[in-house]
Design a protein around this ligand. Structure first.
Ligand code: GLU
Length: 261
């Protein structure tokens, strides 16, 4: 199975912006094991800006573009250093790919990206993808990594996109405010009723929220790819998710039935 896993800043970093060592080590271990089991794994990782904030000792997420881009330049380095070191322990080779919205909008550049991805997977590497935050300005940005994860999943024809977030899945109401909110285990189609359930984003360092996740679900399910939202605090759940067991919220990819009925 070809699996794209998107991990958010809330999983990778503490609220201080410093690396959450336990989460990252656990995530790398599980992804390595899934790869050993024969799956193709692609990681879409946020955390560049968040980790740059920690490393530069900034008081919080910057609001101005140059400081955000400077933080991303510092944080992306630390991210890849960490992934390279940890995946190497399990004999896996990582490859860094940094994209902007512009890259995937232009046919030639998108094809180059797809060709590179195909070759990296053939070579057995584990691509780690992020937005190229140091050069991406508002006009050319994808903007959030839920959408970037969906773009990547569609480009590589993935079977499954997993969004590791700070929330268990999609609820009938905002669980931070409503104690009666219930988790929705399966979504067959992203209807306007489902879209109306999107609330705001969870943490200060994070970028996306439920709205960007539902948009991602719409994009990938139309291409026949399943998408799961689950809490990134428990990366070991990826084993069950890969086996199709009920974890978090699963959005079912549209299946094309070929039959005689
Ligand atoms: N590209 C941003 C970063 O690495 C994160 C965007 C997102 O989390 O949606 O900091």
């Amino acid at each position: 199975m070809r699996i794209v896993v998107k991990v958010g800043t809330s999983t990778l970093a503490h609220p201080t912006g410093r690396l959450n060592i336990r989460h990252v080590e656990e995530l790398v271990k599980v992804l390595s094991d899934l790869k050993n089991a024969g799956h193709e794994v692609i990681l879409v990782s946020s955390g560049a800006i968040g980790m740059g904030v920690g490393k530069l000792n900034l008081p919080g997420k910057p609001s101005d573009m140059p400081t955000k881009q400077a933080a991303a330049a510092v944080g992306q380095c630390e991210l890849m250093y960490t992934y390279d070191k940890l995946f190497s322990q399990y004999n896996h080779t990582v490859a860094q790919i940094l994209l902007t919205g512009d890259d995937v909008d232009h046919e030639d550049r998108r094809r180059n990206f797809e060709n590179t991805m195909a070759r990296l997977l053939e070579l057995g590497a584990l691509p780690v993808i992020n937005e190229n935050d140091t050069v991406a300005t508002a006009e050319i940005k994808v903007g959030d990594n839920d959408t970037l994860g969906a773009i990547v999943a569609c480009s590589v024809g993935a079977d499954l996109l997993v969004l590791l977030s700070d929330i268990e899945g999609l609820y009938t109401a905002d669980p931070r405010k409503d104690p009666d909110a219930r988790l929705i285990p399966t979504v067959g189609a992203v209807t306007p009723e489902i879209e109306a359930l999107a609330g705001g984003k969870g943490s200060d360092l994070a970028t996306g929220g439920m709205e960007t996740k539902l948009r991602a679900a719409k994009m990938v399910t139309e291409r026949g790819c399943d998408m799961v939202i689950t809490n990134g605090q428990h990366p070991e759940r990826l084993y069950d998710i890969a086996e199709g067991k009920a974890v978090g919220t699963r959005f079912l990819g549209v299946r094309t039935w070929i039959g005689n009925g």
